[in-house]
Design a protein. Structure first.
Length: 244
């Protein structure tokens, strides 16, 4: 009798878990500050590679229904680049005395970005509707758009559910497919796949961990293997989000 009871409870739990559904929404809190860390690594053959880490603080200045407004500011940027045997390194936390000639040259280009503030309006599904940068710095809006890593579907999801998202960047069209792999007590685990078209062709793969209570994409890893004008390019983007 005990064995039958245990078997029944096990089956009940498994069925309940498999049928659990979650409505994915970013439940931002007004006044809260979130730290976003984005790491980008690219390899374009043995002669050229680049690694960059950007830390952005996002303050939620207003929440109205399913819409929010935020202020974003770069707090740290590092870069290491290898090209034709030459190495260029930059770290925004270092003083001029600690930077070499290449680092100082990079600082002149990056300094305006570190002083600027990005203002964004979006909704709780992750769609960014408006971005402005003050003072205006070329390229800043593109980086702000990259910080939005996923747009959630309207409907609830469960294990096996899929949804899609498209992004266009610099002549590349990226088609993302999100598949729910697992729903735990506190997270939704998602597998990412897809393809790249336009000026580059290739494949996308990765994974995403979403906190159930807040809807925040805590950890995202995206790998892209592409061919750009005959050049093989491997790109890895990692994003982590935490509440400060």
């Amino acid at each position: 009798m005990k064995k039958l009871l245990v078997l029944f409870l096990t089956l009940y739990v498994n069925v309940f878990t498999a049928q659990e559904s979650v409505v994915l929404r970013m439940n931002y809190e007004k006044g809260a500050v979130y730290e976003n860390t984005m790491t980008i690594k690219q390899e374009m053959g043995a002669a050229m590679s680049m690694g960059m880490t950007i830390i952005v603080d996002s303050k939620i200045v207003d929440v109205q229904g399913d819409s929010y407004e935020s202020e974003m500011k770069f707090t740290k940027m590092t870069m290491d680049m290898l090209q034709g045997g030459n190495v260029l390194s930059y770290d925004s936390t270092k003083s001029d005395d600690e930077l070499d000639a290449g680092g100082k040259m990079m600082k002149m280009q990056v300094a305006p970005m570190l002083k600027a503030v990005m203002y964004a309006k979006g909704n709780d599904r992750g769609e960014v509707n408006e971005i402005r940068v003050e003072p205006n710095v070329p390229g800043m809006e593109d980086m702000a758009n990259q910080s939005s890593s996923v747009v959630y579907p309207e409907e609830a999801v469960k294990v096996g559910s899929t949804w899609t998202m498209e992004k266009e960047e610099k002549g590349m069209k990226m088609n993302f497919i999100y598949t729910v792999k697992e729903i735990t007590e506190d997270k939704v685990i998602v597998v990412v796949s897809g393809d790249v078209g336009g000026m580059a062709t290739g494949k996308i793969k990765g994974n995403l961990e979403i906190e159930k209570s807040s809807g925040l994409p805590l950890d995202s890893k995206i790998d892209m293997e592409m061919n750009v004008n005959g050049q093989e390019v491997a790109s890895k983007v990692t994003m982590k989000m935490t509440k400060k």
